[in-house]
Design a protein around this ligand. Structure first.
Ligand code: ADP
Length: 159
Protein backbone atom coordinates (compact mmCIF):
# COMPACT_ATOMS: atom_id res chain seq x y z
CA UNK A 1 0.00 0.00 0.00
CA UNK A 2 1.41 3.40 -0.95
CA UNK A 3 0.47 6.06 1.58
CA UNK A 4 1.47 9.59 0.58
CA UNK A 5 1.76 12.80 2.57
CA UNK A 6 1.28 16.26 1.05
CA UNK A 7 2.61 18.70 3.67
CA UNK A 8 2.40 22.47 3.38
CA UNK A 9 1.30 25.74 4.91
CA UNK A 10 -1.94 25.97 2.87
CA UNK A 11 -2.43 29.54 4.12
CA UNK A 12 -4.91 29.48 2.38
CA UNK A 13 -5.44 26.46 0.11
CA UNK A 14 -5.57 27.49 -3.58
CA UNK A 15 -6.67 25.86 -6.84
CA UNK A 16 -2.95 25.06 -7.37
CA UNK A 17 -2.89 22.93 -4.19
CA UNK A 18 -6.25 21.34 -5.04
CA UNK A 19 -4.93 20.32 -8.45
CA UNK A 20 -1.90 18.64 -6.81
CA UNK A 21 -4.18 16.93 -4.23
CA UNK A 22 -6.48 15.49 -6.92
CA UNK A 23 -3.61 14.23 -9.04
CA UNK A 24 -1.71 12.74 -6.06
CA UNK A 25 -4.87 11.05 -4.75
CA UNK A 26 -5.25 9.17 -8.03
CA UNK A 27 -1.61 7.99 -7.96
CA UNK A 28 -1.52 6.55 -4.42
CA UNK A 29 -3.76 4.30 -2.28
CA UNK A 30 -4.22 6.98 0.31
CA UNK A 31 -3.15 10.58 0.71
CA UNK A 32 -2.85 12.63 3.88
CA UNK A 33 -2.82 16.38 3.37
CA UNK A 34 -1.22 17.91 6.46
CA UNK A 35 -0.97 21.50 7.61
CA UNK A 36 2.49 22.20 8.92
CA UNK A 37 2.38 24.22 12.11
CA UNK A 38 5.46 26.28 11.35
CA UNK A 39 5.98 28.80 14.14
CA UNK A 40 8.57 30.65 12.02
CA UNK A 41 5.84 32.09 9.77
CA UNK A 42 3.01 34.36 10.89
CA UNK A 43 0.01 32.90 9.07
CA UNK A 44 -3.29 34.57 8.15
CA UNK A 45 -5.29 31.50 9.21
CA UNK A 46 -4.84 29.34 12.32
CA UNK A 47 -3.92 25.69 11.86
CA UNK A 48 -7.50 24.68 12.80
CA UNK A 49 -8.96 27.06 10.22
CA UNK A 50 -6.64 25.72 7.52
CA UNK A 51 -7.52 22.12 8.43
CA UNK A 52 -11.25 22.98 8.19
CA UNK A 53 -10.75 24.61 4.77
CA UNK A 54 -8.94 21.51 3.49
CA UNK A 55 -11.63 19.18 4.88
CA UNK A 56 -14.19 21.24 2.94
CA UNK A 57 -12.38 21.31 -0.41
CA UNK A 58 -11.39 17.61 -0.24
CA UNK A 59 -14.78 16.28 0.89
CA UNK A 60 -15.50 14.65 -2.50
CA UNK A 61 -12.14 12.80 -2.73
CA UNK A 62 -12.55 9.42 -0.98
CA UNK A 63 -8.93 8.45 -0.25
CA UNK A 64 -7.83 11.81 1.18
CA UNK A 65 -7.60 12.62 4.89
CA UNK A 66 -6.57 15.88 6.54
CA UNK A 67 -4.25 16.33 9.51
CA UNK A 68 -1.79 18.83 11.00
CA UNK A 69 1.56 18.48 12.72
CA UNK A 70 4.43 20.42 14.27
CA UNK A 71 8.07 19.53 13.91
CA UNK A 72 9.82 17.56 11.23
CA UNK A 73 8.08 16.07 8.20
CA UNK A 74 10.57 13.18 8.44
CA UNK A 75 9.37 12.35 11.98
CA UNK A 76 5.71 12.54 10.90
CA UNK A 77 6.20 10.13 7.98
CA UNK A 78 8.20 7.68 10.11
CA UNK A 79 5.61 7.72 12.91
CA UNK A 80 2.73 7.16 10.46
CA UNK A 81 4.34 4.57 8.16
CA UNK A 82 4.13 6.92 5.17
CA UNK A 83 6.37 6.11 2.20
CA UNK A 84 5.83 9.03 -0.18
CA UNK A 85 6.13 12.79 0.35
CA UNK A 86 4.39 14.89 -2.30
CA UNK A 87 5.57 18.38 -3.23
CA UNK A 88 4.49 20.64 -6.06
CA UNK A 89 6.93 22.36 -8.39
CA UNK A 90 5.90 25.56 -10.13
CA UNK A 91 9.11 27.04 -11.51
CA UNK A 92 12.87 26.66 -11.28
CA UNK A 93 12.74 29.02 -8.31
CA UNK A 94 11.00 26.25 -6.28
CA UNK A 95 13.53 23.66 -7.37
CA UNK A 96 16.66 24.39 -5.35
CA UNK A 97 14.85 24.59 -2.02
CA UNK A 98 12.70 21.54 -2.76
CA UNK A 99 15.70 19.45 -3.86
CA UNK A 100 17.55 20.29 -0.64
CA UNK A 101 14.47 19.45 1.46
CA UNK A 102 13.95 16.15 -0.36
CA UNK A 103 17.58 15.13 0.14
CA UNK A 104 17.48 16.09 3.81
CA UNK A 105 14.25 14.16 4.36
CA UNK A 106 15.72 11.12 2.62
CA UNK A 107 18.59 11.11 5.10
CA UNK A 108 16.26 11.55 8.08
CA UNK A 109 13.55 9.16 6.86
CA UNK A 110 15.19 6.68 4.44
CA UNK A 111 11.96 4.69 3.92
CA UNK A 112 10.16 7.65 2.34
CA UNK A 113 10.76 9.13 -1.10
CA UNK A 114 9.75 12.58 -2.30
CA UNK A 115 7.66 12.70 -5.46
CA UNK A 116 7.32 16.04 -7.28
CA UNK A 117 4.23 16.89 -9.26
CA UNK A 118 4.80 19.70 -11.72
CA UNK A 119 2.09 22.32 -11.64
CA UNK A 120 -0.66 22.36 -14.22
CA UNK A 121 0.17 25.30 -16.49
CA UNK A 122 -2.95 27.26 -15.60
CA UNK A 123 -1.79 27.40 -11.94
CA UNK A 124 1.93 27.94 -12.50
CA UNK A 125 1.76 31.55 -11.28
CA UNK A 126 -0.42 30.83 -8.26
CA UNK A 127 0.73 31.00 -4.63
CA UNK A 128 -0.99 31.59 -1.30
CA UNK A 129 1.08 34.76 -0.92
CA UNK A 130 -0.23 36.20 -4.22
CA UNK A 131 -3.80 35.39 -3.23
CA UNK A 132 -3.38 37.21 0.09
CA UNK A 133 -1.81 40.25 -1.58
CA UNK A 134 -4.60 40.57 -4.14
CA UNK A 135 -7.29 40.03 -1.47
CA UNK A 136 -5.69 42.57 0.86
CA UNK A 137 -6.26 45.26 -1.76
CA UNK A 138 -9.79 44.03 -2.48
CA UNK A 139 -8.96 42.43 -5.85
CA UNK A 140 -10.78 39.57 -7.55
CA UNK A 141 -9.47 36.21 -6.26
CA UNK A 142 -12.28 34.07 -7.68
CA UNK A 143 -9.93 32.45 -10.22
CA UNK A 144 -7.44 31.50 -7.48
CA UNK A 145 -9.53 29.86 -4.74
CA UNK A 146 -12.99 28.20 -4.38
CA UNK A 147 -15.96 30.40 -3.36
CA UNK A 148 -16.06 29.23 0.29
CA UNK A 149 -12.36 29.99 0.76
CA UNK A 150 -12.76 33.38 -0.95
CA UNK A 151 -15.42 34.32 1.63
CA UNK A 152 -13.19 33.32 4.56
CA UNK A 153 -10.25 35.33 3.21
CA UNK A 154 -12.30 38.52 2.80
CA UNK A 155 -13.81 38.03 6.28
CA UNK A 156 -10.26 38.00 7.71
CA UNK A 157 -9.30 41.21 5.94
CA UNK A 158 -12.52 42.97 7.02
CA UNK A 159 -11.48 42.37 10.65
P1 ADP B 1 5.10 25.61 1.97
O1 ADP B 1 5.07 26.76 2.94
O2 ADP B 1 5.43 24.29 2.60
O3 ADP B 1 5.86 25.87 0.69
P2 ADP B 1 2.66 25.92 0.51
O4 ADP B 1 1.28 25.82 1.05
O5 ADP B 1 3.07 27.27 -0.01
O6 ADP B 1 3.58 25.41 1.64
O7 ADP B 1 2.87 24.86 -0.62
C1 ADP B 1 2.83 23.47 -0.36
C2 ADP B 1 3.34 22.72 -1.57
O8 ADP B 1 2.46 22.98 -2.69
C3 ADP B 1 4.73 23.13 -2.05
O9 ADP B 1 5.38 21.99 -2.53
C4 ADP B 1 4.45 24.10 -3.18
O10 ADP B 1 5.51 24.12 -4.11
C5 ADP B 1 3.20 23.47 -3.78
N1 ADP B 1 2.37 24.44 -4.50
C6 ADP B 1 1.90 25.63 -4.07
N2 ADP B 1 1.20 26.27 -5.04
C7 ADP B 1 1.23 25.45 -6.13
C8 ADP B 1 0.73 25.55 -7.47
N3 ADP B 1 0.08 26.64 -7.89
N4 ADP B 1 0.96 24.50 -8.30
C9 ADP B 1 1.67 23.43 -7.88
N5 ADP B 1 2.18 23.29 -6.65
C10 ADP B 1 1.98 24.28 -5.79
Amino acid sequence: MAHALYPGSFDPVTYGHIDVIRRASSLFDSLTVAVLNNSGKSPLFSVDERVKMLVGVCSDIPNVSIDSFSGLTADYVTANGINVIIRGLRAVTDFEYELQMAQTNRKLAPDADTVFLTTSLEYAYLSSTTVKEVAYFGGDISKFVPKDIEKLIFEKYKK
